[in-house]
Design a protein around this ligand. Structure first.
Ligand code: PMP
Length: 398
């Protein structure tokens, strides 16, 4: 590029070489997928223990067929934003079916979970009168940090899952209103919020709760309806993604009919964006048909999580407070996490090292993310590899 356009290239080159020097430059690797196996360009085949397709639905023929059927019937795209003319009858029908599954009055599809979290908090703060303290769990996802801290709103973080700290912040808040923002299952530690206690606390302080169920929906709660389903009518706003246990793509927000109608009028992430395409609706429609009947898969996934945690801890690694299908193997140093990733690759498994700034310094980790689609033999192999991890502090794994 030349002229002013070249300025960006020069800056990008400098930024990339700084990342290179820090050993933090990331590149996109492309895979071919065959069920739970991924083929790399060099021909190696690795078992996927990294993705969020927790129930294997992304590869389910019934879901694939319905996505194709909706595409054939309604087209590749919805052609317009929701308020213009992008709302198909199919959007309505699938949203009603989703709300019935979640046990809420209403649900609304939103492009992606990132978009939902980045845009809903501002709309909700406006609804609460503007002078609102958003109290956000310290380990909340980047999209929530963007939505709460990147929008000029009043936001403060409470220590991860620390209800005493949250209570302090609620008690000392001088804003006219408060809203608590947290997740059901935390994406990097794999632990869950104590939602009952959190709701009791928030109720005492008159604060509505915004709950991100991205890693819980389809996996936890009665018939996979998420943690909020244990507390009907008490979580003001839930959002979840359809790209994880639902096996498709996109996201939703759910709550009362009034709340959803308000968001349609005031949330930029809903208004100024093209309506989700028919394939997304078809995949969701089919996933909702099967989701309640997958209790065996959910139990298997939970059991697999327990076995993996035991193996990892047996090998001398901390798994933080993980209690779900997401299991961090805390390595500490960044290189140690990369070494663990390489070691698993040699053994035929793909799990990804997660490093700062995604996780706090000194807690770089290998993140294992399990799926009920893993067969018993493969799980046995994984447990074998994990049991034999080199002890922390030995060669290559400081
Ligand atoms: N919330 C959490 C907790 C997540 O982990 C993610 C994505 N991994 C998102 C939101 C964003 O969802 P999406 O992938 O649909 O943008």
């Amino acid at each position: 590029m030349t002229g002013p356009a070249g300025l960006l290239d020069m800056a990008a080159a400098a930024a990339l070489s700084a990342l290179d020097r820090a050993g933090r430059r990331r590149v996109l690797r492309a895979y071919d997928r065959d069920g739970i196996r991924l083929r790399l360009p060099d021909g190696r085949v690795l078992v996927d223990v990294a993705s969020n397709d927790y129930l294997g639905l992304a590869q389910d023929p019934g879901i694939i067929d319905r996505a194709a059927e909706f595409t054939a019937r309604y087209g590749a795209g919805s052609g317009a934003s929701r308020l213009v003319c992008g709302t198909l009858t199919a959007h309505r029908e699938v949203e009603e079916k989703l709300a019935a599954f979640l046990g809420t009055e209403a649900a609304l599809l939103i492009g992606t979970g990132y978009q939902a979290n980045a845009t809903l908090p501002a709309a909700l703060a406006e609804l609460l009168g503007g002078d609102v303290d958003l109290l956000v769990d310290r380990l909340a996802h980047a999209s929530l940090l963007q939505g709460c801290f990147g929008q000029g709103l009043k936001a403060r973080r409470f220590r991860h899952n620390d209800l005493d700290h949250l209570e302090d912040l609620l008690r000392t808040s001088t804003a006219a209103a408060r809203m608590v923002v947290t997740e059901s299952v935390f994406s990097m530690d794999g632990d869950a919020a104590d939602l009952g206690a959190l709701l009791d606390l928030a109720d005492r302080h008159g604060a509505p709760v915004y709950l991100d169920e991205a890693h819980a929906i389809g996996v936890l709660g009665p018939q996979g309806r998420g943690l909020a389903a244990h507390f009907p009518g008490r979580v003001a706003v839930t959002m979840g993604t359809l790209g994880k246990a639902f096996g498709g793509f996109g996201a939703y927000v759910a709550g009362s009919r009034l709340l959803i109608d308000y968001l349609v009028n005031r949330c930029g992430g809903v208004i100024y964006t093209t309506a989700p395409p028919p394939a997304v609706l078809g995949a969701l429609d089919a996933a909702l048909d099967v989701m309640p009947s997958l209790d065996m898969e959910r139990m298997r996934l939970a059991g697999m999580g327990d076995a993996v945690r035991m193996a990892v801890r047996g090998a001398g690694y901390d798994t933080a407070a993980s209690s779900t299908q997401i299991i961090p193997v805390i390595a500490g140093a960044e290189q140690a996490a990369l070494d663990l990733q390489a070691l698993l690759e040699q053994a035929g498994f793909l799990a990804v090292a997660i490093r700062p700034p995604t996780v706090p310094a000194g807690t770089a980790r290998l993140r294992l993310s399990l799926s009920s689609a893993l067969d018993d033999q493969t799980v046995g192999q994984l447990l074998g590899v994990l049991t034999c991890l080199p002890p922390r502090g030995m060669d290559g794994v400081p």
